[in-house]
Each structure stands twice: as C-alpha cells, then as structure tokens.
Design a protein around this ligand. Sequence first.
Ligand code: FES
Length: 111
Amino acid sequence: MSTFTHHIFVCINQRPQEDPRGCCADRGSERLHAFFKKEVDRLGLKGTVRANKAGCLDHCEYGPSIVIYPEGVWYWVGSEADVTEIMERHIVKGERVERLLMPGHKPGEKA
Ligand code: FES
C-alpha cells in the first residue's frame, strides 16, 4: 500500500453551457489533470504524490481549481507551465507559488 505525501485534487466538474457559474472542465481541467499525472511520473513521484480528479471545489469563478493536501493550499491553474511550476516548487521544494494562489486563500486574505 502506498503512503502518499501529497494529494492534488483537480476539479473536473462539468456544467451545462448555459450555467452562469461556468466550470473548470470548460477551461481545460481534464487536460491539466492528465498533465499533473505526467509531471508526477516525470519527477519520479509515482506512489508518493497522487493527482486525483475532484468534483466542484466551489471556487468555480477562478478555475481551473486545485487544492493540495495535507497543506490545504489552493491554486488556480491556467496552463501546463503552471502545473510544472506547482509541481517543481510546491511539491518538490515545499514552496508556495504565490502568483497562482487562489483569490481568498492568499496570505492575509479571508477565505
Ligand atoms: S466547477 Fe471547478 S471549482 Fe466549481
């Protein structure tokens, strides 16, 4: 049985086109989830870090939305380059990627 150091939850929620809230799936989150998995492999973290598909994380207006545990750090992710930066800085080095922190989850902000 694997013991994971991190779980990365990636919202892949899909809503109807007419829904005013929009959704992460329409902004490419399935592709980004797949890229997180590729990055886990590239960095040799399979069995240590898990990128999970998630339902709506209730931050739809800022998505694609992710949250990383055990830290409970929230990010919005717009591109594969963002995924790589989160993997290399947050997961590997234990840093925070300030520019990608979800609004409402930045230092000094109330969620
Ligand atoms: S649809 Fe992704 S956070 Fe709600």
